[in-house]
Design a protein around this ligand. Structure first.
Ligand SMILES: *Cc1c(COP(=O)(O)O)cnc(C)c1O
Length: 359
């Protein structure tokens, strides 16, 4: 394994109890940093105690949002080993986001080495309670100091880690989502395919309005016709109508979710009819009214799957599967988490064991 210049903390933090973990509030003891400069490329990888960055107020990322990130998890298996889930695929998507935002790509093996080195060093931070995990947040920001709108000539890659609690403390729980035609998330030719900071800044108003109307999250429709399902702000969306599972295609506006891809592969393994095609909100609402909408769920790293119990659109609510988690949704959750925690075999080779750094 690659080793990187490492400055260890002299003041390790108190780790919260596994029971007390929320999402993203506690960061571990160390962080991984690496710099990019035009001409020199990526250089100076290093591990330091987790702490503040020092940035000039004129740093371009603070003004024009040239920033990308990704999110993946490390799981402590029943056998004590730490596994990353589909680290290569996350690293590849991170690079696709970089390209879309005019930022330099990082070699996938360097990204992987940073994951292994930092998680290995902070291995004691991977919680042990079932359902808990360690979240990895790789990020690149533009670091030129100037006020012109222009791709930066220098960047900072950083990786930070956060222990997270079980998303479902009391079992998988259905949510209420609102399909909106007053807010748009992305249009073709824009940044919808990238995990870039701006997409989340501009999702806040829709989320605020959905919460005010009594829903948990927003389901975005396409930005042109405001008719076809796109995705939820942090999850891809799937519906089961009759015996067919349908999900919107990767056509330039939605994120290529790793959980989405994994769920599709598993369902195809199981011999289910799975279709990636544009689907309108009217078709889904009609299926909800006539009862053929058997299940609906979101997919994403944070929750794995998130069943939709109620779908709202233009003042009407449809209840799906009596507001309960559907059988296929539950089966996907069980199958994916069994692979992540090493409880079942891993026929597609999705997990990789992280060597712990001792001493
Ligand atoms: C991260 C994210 C997802 C889920 O992707 P995963 O790779 O499954 O975690 C879906 N949509 C958006 C907009 C996201 O940011």
């Amino acid at each position: 394994m690659a080793s990187f210049p490492t400055t260890r903390t002299t003041t390790p933090k108190q780790k919260p109890a596994d029971d007390a973990l929320a999402f993203g509030r506690v960061l571990t003891d160390h962080m991984f940093l690496m710099d990019y400069t035009d001409g020199e490329g990526w250089h100076s990888p290093r591990i330091l105690p987790h702490g503040p960055l020092s940035l000039d107020p004129a740093t371009t990322v603070l003004h024009y949002g040239q920033a990308i990130f990704d999110g993946l998890k490390a799981f402590r298996g029943a056998d004590g080993q730490i596994r990353l889930f589909r680290a290569d695929r996350h690293a590849q998507r991170f690079n696709r986001s970089a390209k879309l935002m005019c930022m330099p790509e990082l070699p996938v093996d360097v990204i992987r080495q940073s994951f292994d080195a930092l998680v290995g060093l902070d291995a004691d931070w991977v919680p042990r309670k079932p359902g808990t995990s360690l979240y990895l947040r790789p990020t690149i920001i533009a670091t030129d100091v100037m006020l012109g709108v222009h791709p930066s000539h220098s960047y900072l890659y950083f990786l930070i880690l956060s222990p997270v609690g079980s998303y479902y403390r009391e079992g998988v729980k259905p949510v209420r989502i609102l399909a909106t035609d007053s807010h748009v998330r992305a249009v073709k030719g824009g940044t919808g395919e990238a995990k870039t900071a701006a997409n989340y800044a501009q999702s806040l108003a829709g989320q605020r309005d959905a919460e005010a109307a009594g829903y948990t999250q927003v389901l975005y429709l396409d930005g042109v016709h405001r008719k076809y399902l796109d995705e939820v702000g942090t999850m891809n969306i799937m519906v089961k109508i009759g015996d067919e599972v349908i999900t919107p295609p990767l056509a330039g506006t939605i994120l290529d979710g790793v959980t989405r891809a994994s769920a599709l592969e598993l369902m195809r393994d199981w011999g289910l009819k799975v279709t990636e095609r544009p689907i309108t909100i009217d078709e889904v609402m009609q299926a909800g009214r006539d009862g053929s909408l058997q299940e609906m769920w979101g997919t994403g790293t944070a929750a794995v799957v998130s069943p939709v119990g109620t779908l709202g659109y233009q003042g009407e609510d449809v209840t799906i599967n009596g507001g309960q988690t559907g059988a296929l949704t539950q089966k996907l959750y069980d199958a994916i988490t069994a692979i992540q925690y090493g409880r079942s075999n891993d026929p597609h080779g999705w997990t990789s064991v992280v060597p712990e750094v001792r001493g």
